[in-house]
Design a protein. Structure first.
Length: 155
């Protein structure tokens, strides 16, 4: 790119340089515009930090809600492409929050990924009955998280 700019400046083709730069700016703006938004509903600061870094690495924009009640509110105002929901949360647990999100016409179609340390028999079924679309048990790997997100976003 730098060689192309130097050549165009040297040859006096400034109009072509302007077109090229505008094109590159448009591509970068499109990339920023296309970032998928994920709402992370999680109360553990260490887990928030790790998952947000994973989401950034995977190319997603994220916002955090630290309890179920805040998660329901942010789902409605932020309208994310996907929600990652912890189940053990203060104020309102993740199952109640998922049910509330499903009852709201603005948010009822947003995919919800339950991400929880609850891995006992029947826990997955409880999450799905509450309105979650899929379930991932903590701890999970970078690949597992990425695969679950891509599956729900149909990427």
């Amino acid at each position: 790119m730098l060689l192309t700019i130097r050549y165009l400046l040297f040859t006096g083709e400034r109009w072509l340089l302007a077109v090229l730069l505008c094109y590159n700016i448009a591509i970068k703006l499109k990339e920023l515009e296309m970032k998928r938004k994920i709402l992370l509903v999680e109360d553990n600061p260490a887990t928030i930090d790790v998952i947000q870094k994973e989401l950034e690495f995977l190319g997603y924009e994220s916002v955090v809600a630290e309890d179920g009640k805040e998660g329901v509110e942010k789902a409605s105002s932020y309208l994310p492409d996907l929600i990652i929901m912890d189940i053990s949360l203060p104020k309102m647990d993740g199952l109640e929050a998922s049910t509330a999100i499903r009852k709201n016409p603005k948010t009822q179609t947003i995919p919800i990924l339950a991400a929880t340390a609850r891995a006992l028999p029947g826990d997955k079924e409880k999450c799905l009955q509450a309105g979650c679309d899929d379930y991932i048990a903590k701890p999970f790997t970078h690949r597992e998280l990425g695969a679950a997100i891509k599956k729900l976003l149909k990427e």
